[in-house]
Design a protein around this ligand. Structure first.
Ligand code: ADP
Ligand code: MG
Length: 250
């Protein structure tokens, strides 16, 4: 469903953030991307959701080259990808419900967008998504009042509004305590199992990555240095990805 083909990214100023990366992803896989800070993980994710273009190489989603698409065709592909972030990116002064509804913004016509009108179906669907992440009772609480774990649940519910095939999660649990981190990861696992949604997440918790995902992709200095099924990943592999700097994993 997703093919990353010889992708490199050279930022203005000369930093080569990604260097000839290739891998493909099947629908329904749960992949963790690991690597040191600055390895190029966020760059990869921003390319996968079409926010930036590769300098060379291509990203093929459902047989379409993302970098070559424009306008509605690009937005249609982008709708199939839901992204969540470390810092949640919610509007703190809106309720959880309104934050989730905002995930349907792309679906509205110009008239609806102008007057902030959502359809009954969209409202019902937003309620359902909050229920799915276990946050019904906080529906009308302001997002700013929630704990980190609760905020990330809202962000997941918002991402689900466009009925994505892929969830991209860029360090979704980096701001959370270990208990909430596992809970959030478990919600992603559940979406993966229940709806066969593809999940690509990146996490500094190697333990969590190995425990929850099917496959581990390691990036070091912009290069793909590891691509294995989780049970086959060794201590040596992990140390290699982290350039010998990783001690914790036993
Ligand atoms: N917008 C940007 N402009 C220039 N260089 C960037 C930009 N974003 C990231 N980089 C550089 O690209 C490399 C990879 O960064 P990033 O993808 O954020 O890594 P990670 O998410 O693994 O920490 C780093 O060297 C970083 O400094
Ligand atoms: Mg990053």
């Amino acid at each position: 469903m997703l093919q990353i083909d010889s992708v490199s990214k050279l930022y203005k100023g000369g930093d080569k953030a990604l260097d000839n990366i290739s891998f493909s992803v099947e629908q329904g896989e749960f992949i963790s991307v690991i690597g040191k800070s600055g390895a190029g993980k966020t760059t990869l994710f921003r390319m996968l959701n079409g926010m930036i273009k590769p300098t060379t190489g291509s990203i093929i989603i459902n047989n379409q080259d993302l970098a070559k698409l424009k306008g509605k065709k690009k937005r249609d592909i982008q709708k199939t990808i839901g992204t969540i972030y470390q810092d949640f990116c919610l509007v703190d002064t809106l309720t959880c419900f309104d934050n989730v509804l905002n995930g349907a913004l792309a679906e509205r016509n110009a008239f609806q967008a102008l007057f902030g009108i959502f359809s009954k179906e969209q409202k019902e669907y937003a309620e359902k998504q909050l229920e799915a992440v276990g946050l019904s009772e906080k529906m009308y609480s302001y997002a700013g009042k929630l704990s980190g774990g609760q905020k990330q649940r809202v962000a997941i519910a918002r991402a689900l509004m466009s009925k994505p095939d892929i969830i991209l999660a860029d360090e979704p649990v980096a701001s959370l305590d270990p208990y909430s981190a596992e809970q959030i990861t478990d919600i992603l696992v559940q979406l993966n199992k229940q709806y066969n949604m593809t999940v690509i997440m990146n996490s500094h918790s190697v333990e969590l990555a190995l425990k929850k995902s099917d496959r581990i992709i390691g990036i070091a200095d912009g290069k793909l240095v590891l691509d294995k099924k989780s049970p086959e990943v060794t201590n040596e592999d992990i140390r290699f990805v982290y350039g010998g700097a990783y001690e914790k994993y036993e």
